[in-house]
Design a protein around this ligand. Structure first.
Ligand SMILES: [Ca+2]
Ligand SMILES: [Ca+2]
Ligand SMILES: [Ca+2]
Ligand SMILES: [Ca+2]
Length: 229
């Protein structure tokens, strides 16, 4: 009996000692291990990646063998398709870009929601020229580009060269003019039945889909008597 009691005591002491030594997951940080550990996506023999903790000084070696850092830019979000972590950093080379980042006007999807500059709710500024006089050519048809009615356009977000323009004869529809394919309409065409002042709408759209329009006119003249009386 004495022997059993003694052994039990030894066991208890041993267990207590072990409990003291046991590290909780929160203790398993860099300091306690005395060396810098980093998580890599380690490539296995079958080509699959799985997370692996490696020593900092072995990192270069791992990377050269096909492993990669799941959060290469260190913003706390791992790359889309990474082996571990949030897997939602749409640009893992730029720490300013990640879910929850502020969306700013820069032509980039800053917050990784799949939309670019979606905070832009301001319509472009658009100014038409004050009318355009055109003489009917021998063909009896005049096609005028939308750009020929534009004086000035600017947006708070979309660069001017990325603004989209479209045109229609006034009163022949509403909203941003599109053709049957949904594409903007680049020009308007007039014939001999439309001599005189013809109102047109010039429309502009920014990358966020905000639109505006201005109205001006084409004065169609027939100085060379092309059109039948
Ligand atoms: Ca990242
Ligand atoms: Ca990022
Ligand atoms: Ca966005
Ligand atoms: Ca942006």
């Amino acid at each position: 009996m004495k022997k059993v009691a003694f052994l039990s005591m030894v066991m208890m002491l041993w267990i207590t000692a072990c409990e003291k030594e046991k590290l909780t997951p929160t203790d398993l940080n860099v300091e306690d291990r005395g060396q810098n550990k980093v998580t890599v996506c380690h490539i296995a023999g079958n080509g699959a990646f799985h997370p692996l903790q490696v020593n900092q000084n072995a990192l270069a070696n791992h990377l050269s063998h096909g492993d990669y850092l799941p959060d290469a830019d260190g913003d706390g979000y791992t790359a889309i398709g990474a082996c571990t972590g949030s897997q939602d950093d749409c640009d893992d080379t730029d720490a300013a870009i990640h879910p929850g980042a502020e969306e700013v006007c820069d032509g980039i999807d800053n917050d990784c929601d799949g939309q670019t500059d979606e905070e832009d709710i301001k319509s472009p500024t658009l100014v038409c020229i004050n009318g355009l006089a055109v003489n009917m050519p021998a063909s009896g048809m005049v096609t005028q580009a939308a750009s020929s009615f534009l004086a000035y356009a600017e947006d708070n977000c979309t660069p001017s060269n990325l603004l989209v323009f479209s045109i229609r004869k006034a009163g022949q529809g509403s909203g941003f003019p599109v053709d049957t394919f949904g594409d903007p309409i680049p020009s308007v065409t007039f014939d001999c039945s439309e001599l005189g002042t013809q109102l047109i709408e010039l429309w502009v759209k920014d990358l966020a889909g905000n639109v505006d329009y201005c109205e001006t006119y084409l004065l169609l003249q027939d100085n060379q008597f092309v059109c039948p009386d």
